[in-house]
Design a protein around this ligand. Structure first.
Ligand code: NAP
Length: 316
């Protein structure tokens, strides 16, 4: 008999308000796939964006669509040749597939086992579920593309949000010096994660403030906000410095700037490394609020403000 699950889903691109909880059939397990019972699902700004159809020309979205790309849960079944894990293993993943359809704001997900990694067990399942997308984004931006190294100076725009919170800690784990940018209410929070200096984008010109801290400028700017904050910050980049942005694909940028746009990719080996950093207490997650599945609309509206501190999570 086919298994059913509760899921948050939408049938047209109507924004967060169009998302409703109902039932759906759990897909059958195919070769190389596992069935995971989702215990918690991290919420990211992209989940709200998806409900508005912004990515509909980039990836197919067959309705009904379940939003959500992050999860932590337990393996309940394994398909043919899916043998990297055991039934009962606690895992987490960034579950972005080539098609936007089977998201994580649901009781179950069927997913190829190569997307998942064992989750850190010294933190709550809610905290673990908030790591993959934002943690991998910070990891790929700073380590893979930014090639951040010990002693370098880094400016993070939007450092109190989901991605920025991981970026501060990953940069400190590498031995870099960090300036975090966010509004004043988040400065103690950024310092608690390891930021050496903070700048309030509402009160200071970011570029001038950086030059007051480091007169010679910074080696790397990690841009998680773009817009005016990015434009102000550019004058603080050393001539030899690099800009890594998760929003700006080169628009309004001087072509002489060494610029890299990053769109985060699933990577279970990097999730293993993030788990290790959590186990070593070099990485922690602040879950500011846990929503019920029935509160998915509120969770999406909150994340859509782009002023969430730390992470929020849905518990199906
Ligand atoms: N390309 C990719 O692969 C990728 C991956 C992940 C995320 N993203 C995108 O990156 C952005 C950040 O994601 P997130 O999950 O970190 O979002 P988030 O959790 O909402 O955090 C946003 C952060 O930006 C700060 N902020 C807002 N306006 C600002 C401004 N004008 N100047 C400086 N800081 C400002 C906020 O602090 P205050 O509350 O103090 O203002 C907050 O710290 C989102 O737009 C998301 O869609 C892209």
């Amino acid at each position: 008999m086919k298994k059913e699950m509760r899921a948050a889903k939408f049938n047209k691109f109507n924004g967060p308000k169009g998302v409703e909880v109902g039932t759906m059939e759990v897909p059958e397990l195919k070769e190389g796939e596992i069935l995971v019972k989702i215990k918690a699902a991290g919420v990211n700004p992209v989940d709200a964006v998806i409900t508005k159809g912004y990515y509909k020309d980039m990836m197919p979205h067959p309705f009904p669509v379940i939003p959500g790309w992050d999860f932590a849960g337990v393996i309940e079944e394994r398909g043919h040749a899916a043998r990297r894990f055991e039934v009962g293993d606690e895992v987490f993943a960034y579950a972005r597939r080539p098609e936007v359809k089977w998201g994580t704001f649901a009781e179950y997900i069927v997913i190829p086992e190569n997307y998942v990694a064992k989750r850190p067990e010294n933190i709550s399942v809610e905290a673990a579920s908030a790591i993959p997308l934002a943690g991998l984004t910070a990891y790929q931006s700073l380590y893979q593309y930014g090639k951040l190294s010990e002693g370098q100076r880094l400016l993070i725009l939007g450092a109190s949000g989901g991605v920025g919170s991981f970026a501060i800690q990953l940069a400190k784990a590498k031995g870099a010096e960090v300036i975090g940018v966010a509004s004043g209410k988040n400065h103690d929070y950024m310092k608690s994660l390891g930021a050496d200096h903070t700048i309030d984008y509402k009160k200071q010109d970011i570029g001038d403030a950086v030059r007051e801290i480091y007169s010679e400028g910074v080696d790397l700017i990690f841009d998680c906000t773009s817009g005016e904050s990015l434009q102000q910050s550019l004058k603080s980049l050393k001539d030899s410095g690099k800009l890594v942005s998760i929003l700006n694909q080169g628009e309004d940028l001087d072509p002489k700037i060494d610029h890299q746009f990053v769109f985060v990719e699933p990577n279970s080996l990097q999730l293993d490394h993030l788990r290790q950093l959590v186990n070593d207490e070099k990485l922690r997650v602040e879950v500011k609020k846990v929503f019920k599945l029935e509160e998915t609309v509120e969770a999406l509206e909150q994340i859509g403000t782009l002023h969430t501190t730390g992470k929020i999570v849905i518990k199906p």
